[in-house]
Design a protein. Structure first.
Length: 176
């Protein structure tokens, strides 16, 4: 089995462009791998066989790259279900909520909807993790990287593997 660093960093080193299809594929790979290294509260699933639900919010979130990566695959013994929404207000029953850049003018209001609900909230806009999102993509040079707000994860009841945390830039919520 490949290590987390190989899965995440290996993909990152192969990506030169900070934007475009390669960036979408990398972010999709990150999202898929995030799911492998996060533990949700047991009561977040209706049953032992319930699917892991990715809610993608935006006009064309990641250009379908997550669907391509996850087809025929599972995470933690669960099938993967992907739902796409134009607005975060319509997204329900998510385990992972991805907000495309510009999907919401008020990320703090969106995050309040999921407060304490056991949702891994992931964004790609500057400051998303600092206002309470669990994870956020950012560009470092020409590479896509990610940051994690450990307090936001804890507030959601999520347990993030130390292996994933070692690869992240750690941020705190504004005002803390």
């Amino acid at each position: 089995m490949l290590g987390l660093a190989t899965l995440l960093i290996g993909v990152a080193h192969g990506t030169k462009a900070a934007e475009g299809p390669e960036s979408d594929e990398l972010k999709a790979a990150y999202l898929f791998n995030f799911a492998k290294f996060v533990a949700w509260p047991e009561d977040r699933f209706d049953s032992a066989s319930a699917s892991l639900v990715f809610c993608m919010v935006g006009e064309d979130p990641l250009n379908g790259a997550l669907g391509k990566i996850t087809t025929g695959r599972s995470v933690q013994g669960r099938e993967i279900e992907i739902q796409t929404f134009a607005s975060p207000d319509a997204a329900n029953s998510c385990h992972i909520l991805f907000l495309e850049n510009g999907a919401s003018a008020q990320p703090t209001e969106v995050l309040k909807k999921y407060d304490g609900g056991g949702v891994l909230t992931v964004g790609e806009s500057e400051g998303f993790a600092a206002v309470g999102g669990v994870a956020n993509f950012f560009i470092d040079g020409k590479k896509v990287r990610f940051e994690i707000n450990k307090q936001a994860a804890q507030d959601q009841g999520l347990k993030i593997s130390s292996r994933l945390l070692k690869l992240a830039r750690i941020v705190s919520t504004e005002g803390n």
